[in-house]
Design a protein around this ligand. Structure first.
Ligand SMILES: Nc1ncnc2c1ncn2[C@@H]1O[C@H](COP(=O)(O)OP(=O)(O)OP(=O)(O)O)[C@@H](O)[C@H]1O
Ligand SMILES: [Mg+2]
Length: 653
């Protein structure tokens, strides 16, 4: 394809660019948001109509769950509106019969009056029902959104942590979030579809009442156009799919040419001509495809319209013959003409909604599928079952024993924790030490009840974790995670979240903050403990890495839990804060149990026992003195670190 030159904004050198087009801009992965279109293009018309009833039922179920009254209102008003449409047609016929009768005009008008009144009443009530449907639908959609989205979050917050290690789970979640909007669309489109179908049926019923033969006329006049509309829709979906790769490339190119992050390199390397050239090629191909589609769609709809027009002529001829034969009265013929027009309108609505129900239904299916996946990740027994609550919650900690515990992450050959056994007694402070990736955080997460071992068991007071109520167990454990979260709430709330179940007074929060060396720092913030810790909000502030770490430690201290796990609590702290934090931790020793993970070995020399992990396995254990005497990994690491502090700075020059 030719690279065109842009004349309006300065010359653009025509650059072929390195490599082939495909090498320069490789194909992107199919986007999840194309799901509906993909499915629609692949399904074909038969597939669409096979799946449609199921989707309609699904939509009605969601609507029913969200708001019964409004769902019933919409359904009843739609049905009533259809009945009135049929009634209106019959009244029209009556009016026409009276008007076409013999006699003086005033008499004829007078005779037609009752039917006219009926017609007017039917039209007015239909209008009113339309308002009722609109009103009820407007009230229904936010409730559908609420029900569907809440159900999603009920699942995402209940699934076990390991679900988040599963790529397909994350992907499914992304699609499912789209599904909540799709639920609204599905409900709305379904209601519109049903309204269209009801109108078509109503018109059909009225026509059959007038004369059965007219049904044939009606079908002949409407079906070709409707079929053409559906076909044209199919062509559009297929072409969209065929050009989706280009569309995604286009999207990337737009980003590259208009984004801030690429702006500097675009200029420094003179990439303008190269990128515009790529854009022209992609766009050229896209335009050609779109023109081709436009031609096909126009042809299909034209053929449909032509066939429909010919059929309509046939219908009028048939009407004329029936009239001449005296088999139907003039009024019936005139009503039939009106009915055909009404049917065409309703059928156009139906064909339009069929595609919409189908595509939004695909997105909603993704949502339903995700909930099923998430169900598989729910901890056992599932919430609400009779078994729940039967398991007790532990009262304090006497002994925690880890027995040959192994954890292998999905897609990893080597276990992150390999057959580790250790026992911790109440009041002990123990430390986990090891190089990066040796499995310390993973072991801590299992002890914290956040991850389930793939092998071995952990016992709390002699009873396996599975035997305890998991929420009750976790209430006995406070954890400061290595990858702590910065919650977008005030400083006070950020700390109070460490113990959301009990009412937290400020004195308790301040005490926890003081232990974590966070009190002075928080007091210095513009609004003290009420300072919002997120810059995306008005009046929000952000903290430094070390300040955040103090908040995290305070959160863990707030719940004076029988077991406290601190994973790298001081990695970002300054020396003074670090010293204060570990002194506060020492206050627990002999009273409550603490598990410390740190690379700064000077902080754990006081620990009752130190466990050394190497590639997931427990390789050494003992007190500081014992381990130093043994001369193993610990003593090497400790000596190395200590040397760094002792040695004088190297002389320069
Ligand atoms: N969610 C995960 N999915 C897959 N692999 C993981 C995951 N988390 C950790 N790993 C892997 O498990 C191993 C142990 O990780 P872990 O975080 O337990 O190490 P660590 O001893 O805490 O290291 P560090 O000192 O860097 O904190 C590493 O090889 C890591 O790559
Ligand atoms: Mg870690």
């Amino acid at each position: 394809m030719k690279t065109t030159t842009n004349q309006t904004h300065g010359p653009v050198p025509s650059q072929p660019g390195p490599g082939t087009r495909e090498a320069v801009l490789p194909e992107l992965r199919p986007s999840w948001w194309e799901t509906g279109v993909r499915a629609r293009a692949a399904a074909g018309l038969v597939g669409v109509f096979t799946e449609l009833p199921g989707l309609v039922v699904r939509a009605l179920r969601v609507a029913w769950r969200a708001d019964r009254l409004r769902t019933v209102t919409v359904a009843a008003a739609t049905l009533a509106s259809g009945v009135l449409a049929a009634f209106g047609l019959l009244a029209t016929q009556r009016v026409l019969i009276e008007l076409f009768a013999g006699g003086p005009t005033p008499d004829r008008v007078r005779a037609a009056l009752p039917a006219l009144v009926w017609l007017a009443a039917a039209t007015a009530v239909r209008g009113g029902l339309g308002l009722v449907v609109g009103y009820a639908l407007n009230g229904l959609t936010p409730r559908v959104h609420l029900v569907v989205e809440r159900e999603l979050f009920e699942h995402t917050t209940a699934v076990e942590l390991k679900a988040f290690d599963d790529d397909s789970f994350a992907e499914g979640m992304e699609r499912a979030t789209r599904g909540t909007e799709a639920a609204i669309e599905l409900v709305q489109n379904t209601m519109n579809l049903l309204a269209g179908i009801v109108s078509v049926l109503a018109v059909t019923a009225a026509v059959v009442t007038i004369h059965p033969l007219l049904l044939l006329a009606l079908l002949v006049a409407t079906v070709p156009t409707a079929y053409a509309a559906l076909r044209a829709g199919h062509v559009k979906f297929q072409s969209y799919l065929a050009s989706s790769t280009r569309r995604r490339r286009q999207w990337v190119l737009r980003q590259l040419m208009a984004d801030r992050v690429s702006a500097a390199e675009l200029r420094s390397y003179g990439l303008r001509g190269f990128l515009l050239g790529l854009y022209d090629r992609v766009m050229g191909a896209q335009t050609a495809v779109e023109l081709k589609v436009a031609r096909r769609v126009t042809t299909t709809t034209s053929v449909g319209a032509a066939v429909g027009g010919i059929a309509l002529t046939g219908v009028y001829l048939l009407l004329g013959m029936l009239l001449l034969d005296g088999r139907i009265p003039l009024a019936a013929a005139a009503t039939c003409v009106i009915a055909v027009q009404a049917a065409q309108r309703s059928l156009a609505q139906v064909t339009f909604q069929v595609d919409r129900v189908y595509t939004s239904g695909q997105f909603f299916n993704e949502y339903v599928r995700f909930l099923a996946t998430a169900d598989g990740y729910l901890p056992l027994p599932p919430p609400g079952s009779a078994d729940r609550g039967a398991r007790p919650a532990p009262e304090g900690l006497r002994e925690l024993s880890v027995h040959e515990v192994t954890l292998r992450y999905p897609d990893r050959d080597r276990p992150a924790v390999d057959q580790v056994s250790l026992t911790i007694r109440t009041g002990e402070t123990i430390a986990l030490v090891g190089e990066n990736g040796s499995g310390k955080s993973t072991l801590a997460a299992m002890i914290a009840g956040l991850r389930e071992p793939t092998g071995g068991t952990i016992h709390w007071n002699g009873q396996p974790y599975a035997g305890w109520d998991s929420d009750g167990l976790r209430r006995n454990i406070a954890v400061a995670l290595q990858e702590h979260h910065k919650w977008p709430f005030s400083a006070a709330t950020n700390i109070a979240m460490g113990d959301v179940d009990s009412t937290t007074d400020l004195a308790r929060i301040e005490a926890a903050a003081t232990m974590a060396v966070a009190h002075d720092m928080i007091s210095d913030l513009p609004h003290g403990y009420d300072t919002l810790l997120d810059r995306t909000f008005k009046d929000g502030q952000d903290l430094s890495g070390g300040q955040w770490q103090r908040i995290t430690a305070a959160r863990a201290f707030l719940r004076d839990a029988p077991l406290l796990i601190m994973d790298e609590p001081s990695s970002a702290l300054d020396p003074r804060a670090e010293d204060a934090l570990f002194r506060a931790l020492r206050g627990r020793q002999g009273r409550k149990t603490t598990i410390l993970i740190t690379h700064r070995l000077a902080n754990i020399t006081h620990a009752d026992r130190i466990f050394i992990l190497d590639r997931g396995a427990l390789v050494e254990a003992g007190t500081h003195a014992e381990l130093m005497a043994a001369g193993g990994i610990y003593s090497q690491l400790f000596t190395l670190q200590a040397a760094g502090y002792r040695s004088a700075p190297p002389a320069h020059g």
